[in-house]
Write a protein that binds this ligand. Structure first.
Ligand code: CMC
Length: 435
């Protein structure tokens, strides 16, 4: 069992009504100190109120660290931009899961294990046929990933470390197969089985784009770009979908069900759905001359419109992933011969204008990872509806690493927030005839 690495860093005093309580303060290895309020309710009879968890650390974690003011994102201490430039997705999966970079033997063993788990139970193919052809791939992913728990009973005992490990490998390995199947199903093409001679990302591209009638050759430049995109999306500490996975897992639910819950949360346009929404927005803008109109709408308090792909709860400086993503967009557009892509021109111009605009400067709104990812994924050949499914594929390793960390945390408890109740006080039931 993991021991707490947080160290005592002082005491905070909170006075309310006639009493004062002393609350311990801890520091981690980086980031703000935290005030431990676990005994607050027992000692004072009051709760804290923090909808959206803007000031709340929900767990102790040693996986990912974000410094929003400096624009830094670290996986197990390594800057995400260094990993994007020098590592590969499978190595990053190992790093996130096990906390260190693998040596050659560990890398080979891990890579082999993931490769050997890429096939899905044949009966799962029949499961797809229950969906309408025009179903959104995220709807299919929620259902099919949740259904994995009905197929892999031998890795659902959350108290068995070996079963937890097998479930983690299965999820990382099978998500590309399932995402590709969701895509193939939506366009009415036959499913393509994984091929063990291919790398993780190459295999996924093959399953998504090959057809049985023709030989398919993976473009190594495009595969490298997609692999980098997967690295950028692999984890992002306690965001909405990761917190959903942890909350679902806190009750002891099996990992397949927890990841399905994470996929459901990721779907929303304020989270993983933003890449799809950002591309739709760029298409709607269409040409650079219409940018001012959309900037004005984003600033208008009475208009719900927001610049999609802009702003972040934590990053109040440039999102470091967005810089890498912009570079990947250029590489991919050049490779597919679309370097003059009008939407890329609109995106760059929009970014330039917004970064100089007082509203965006004052509110510290910068492009996030999703601003350029839609353009890149579209140039890679994916339809808009697949964008969030690709995000889910890449984030699965982060979700499962966080889930494992939570299960192994001795302080882990079922998540159970409280509330400030503002409904009716107790009243007596009135029979229908007397209302
Ligand atoms: N366009 C225009 N105004 C914005 C935007 C935006 N994209 N984002 C925030 N604001 C304004 C917002 O209106 C508010 O103004 P005021 O203080 O006057 O009320 C202020 O900035 C703070 O916004 P907030 O909604 O309180 O901030 P938040 O931390 O709750 O929201 C966010 C963060 C990412 C949900 C939000 O910036 C947003 O909706 N962005 C667009 C969607 C998007 O790109 N999401 C992807 C996030 S990164 C990938 C991921 O996590 O999945």
């Amino acid at each position: 069992m993991k021991q707490s690495k947080a160290v005592a860093a002082g005491t905070a005093r909170l006075s309310y009504a006639d009493s004062t309580v002393e609350l311990p303060v801890y520091s981690g290895t980086a980031g703000p100190h935290v005030i431990d309020i676990r005994k607050l309710y027992a000692e004072t009879d009051v709760f804290t109120y923090d909808p959206g968890f803007t000031s709340t650390a929900s767990c102790e974690s040693s996986i990912t660290f974000i410094d929003g003011d400096k624009g830094v994102c670290l996986y197990r201490g390594y800057p995400v931009d260094q990993l994007a430039a020098q590592s590969n997705f499978i190595e990053v999966c190992y790093l996130l899961l096990y906390g260190k970079l693998p040596n050659q033997q560990e890398m080979t063993t891990f890579d082999r294990s993931i490769t050997l788990h890429t096939m899905v139970h044949e009966q799962l193919a029949a499961f797809f046929r229950g969906f309408r052809r025009d179903a959104h791939p995220m709807a299919v992913m929620c259902g099919v990933v949740g259904a994995l728990s009905a197929f892999y009973h031998d890795s659902t005992d959350v108290n068995d470390p070996r079963q937890r490990d097998i479930a983690s490998h299965r999820l990382i390995a099978k998500l590309p197969t399932i995402a590709a199947m969701a895509y193939k199903y939506s366009i009415g093409q036959p499913f393509i089985y994984p091929l063990n001679s291919q790398g993780y990302t190459e295999n996924f591209m093959r399953m998504a784009f090959a057809v049985p009638a023709e030989e398919y050759k993976v473009n190594p430049i495009l595969a490298k770009a997609l692999d980098t995109i997967f690295i950028l999306h692999a984890d992002h500490e306690q965001n909405a979908s990761t917190s959903t996975v942890r909350l679902a897992g806190s009750s002891g639910a099996n990992p397949f069900a927890c990841i399905a819950a994470g996929i459901a949360c990721l779907w929303g346009p304020a989270h993983g759905g933003a890449n799809e929404a950002a591309l739709k927005m760029l298409e709607e803008i269409g040409t650079p001359d219409r940018i001012p109109e959309f900037i004005a709408r984003a600033k208008d308090k009475d208009d719900p419109f927001r610049l999609m792909g802009f702003g972040h709860r934590v990053y109040k400086n440039y999102d470091p992933r967005a810089k890498v993503m912009q570079k990947q967009a250029r590489i991919v557009l050049d490779e597919v011969g679309a370097h003059n892509d009008p939407l890329f021109q609109v995106a760059m111009e929009l970014e330039k204008i917004a970064l100089k605009d007082e509203y965006f400067v004052e509110k510290k709104l910068y492009p996030n990872v999703d601003f350029y990812s839609g353009i890149t994924l579209r140039a890679l050949g994916f339809p808009t509806s697949m964008f969030t499914a690709l995000f889910a594929l890449a984030r699965t390793v982060g979700w499962i690493a966080q889930w494992k960390e939570m299960i192994e945390d001795p302080h882990q408890k079922i998540g159970r927030p409280r509330q400030i109740y503002t409904g009716e006080p107790m009243r007596d039931y009135v029979p229908l005839a007397k209302r």
